[in-house]
Design a protein around this ligand. Structure first.
Ligand code: FMN
Length: 197
């Protein structure tokens, strides 16, 4: 199998709790981020922004997400879930946050509102590129959309560049995992493909 096919089939979401303590070399992550940006991008808006966190910031993000999960702290079950999430997220060896930057007041978006969705689509292509590149380096990932950005302290915690124009596409947890998962089995292609050739 080619490296690409192997990465596509082997990439599975791995729980951060299965990651070892070893922190992947940031230079590997930077290289993968650099490559991942080569994705289709209508109007060449380059919408993706990246925040590669250190362990202090990862812990902070975990704490904030724990608080989101616990809501107003009136439900003991949610408090417990929040504690678990804070621990799971906060102990992750690596976290990269990917946001999408689209200025909705710009002339381009005013003229072509589809840019908003197209920018998101580009960011998703970049995310998948990144997951495959990391998989290829033996680094496991989990793409999460746990809504930590709903916390008022989130923008400051990551130094968000533009509160007005950026939103989170994914929190990519990464690390080394021994967990082996088989390729996901999917609905037969013929159920989802009309092939007129
Ligand atoms: C946009 C997006 C958001 C996701 N958010 C979460 C999440 O918040 N929590 C979670 O456990 N998994 C999340 N996932 C991972 C999916 O649950 C996972 O991809 C799915 O179960 C299929 O498994 P696989 O990635 O191993 O093929 C997300 C995936 C995508 C693409």
């Amino acid at each position: 199998m080619s490296d690409l096919i192997e990465a596509i089939l082997k990439r599975r979401t791995k729980k951060p709790s299965t990651f070892s303590e070893k922190i992947p070399d940031p230079s590997i992550i930077r290289e993968c981020v650099k490559l991942s940006r080569h994705a289709p991008n209508h109007h060449r808006t380059e919408p993706a922004r990246f925040y590669l966190l250190d362990s202090k910031r990862i812990q902070k993000i975990g704490k904030l997400f724990g608080e989101i999960v616990a809501q107003d702290r009136s439900d003991p079950q949610l408090i417990e879930r929040g504690k678990k999430k804070a621990q799971e997220w906060g102990n992750a060896p690596g976290l990269l946050i990917i946001t999408c930057h689209t200025d909705r007041t710009s002339e381009l978006v005013q003229k072509k509102p589809a840019v908003i969705e197209e920018d998101y689509a580009t960011c998703c292509c970049i995310c998948q590129n990144l997951l495959l590149l990391l998989e290829n380096k033996g680094i496991a990932t989990k793409w999460s959309t746990g809504p930590v950005w709903e916390h008022s302290k989130f923008p400051k915690a990551i130094g968000l560049s533009s509160i007005e124009h950026e939103y989170v596409v994914g929190l990519i947890f990464f690390g080394y995992s021994q967990q082996e998962l088989p390729a996901r089995s999917l609905i037969p292609l013929n159920d989802h493909l009309k092939d007129y050739t």
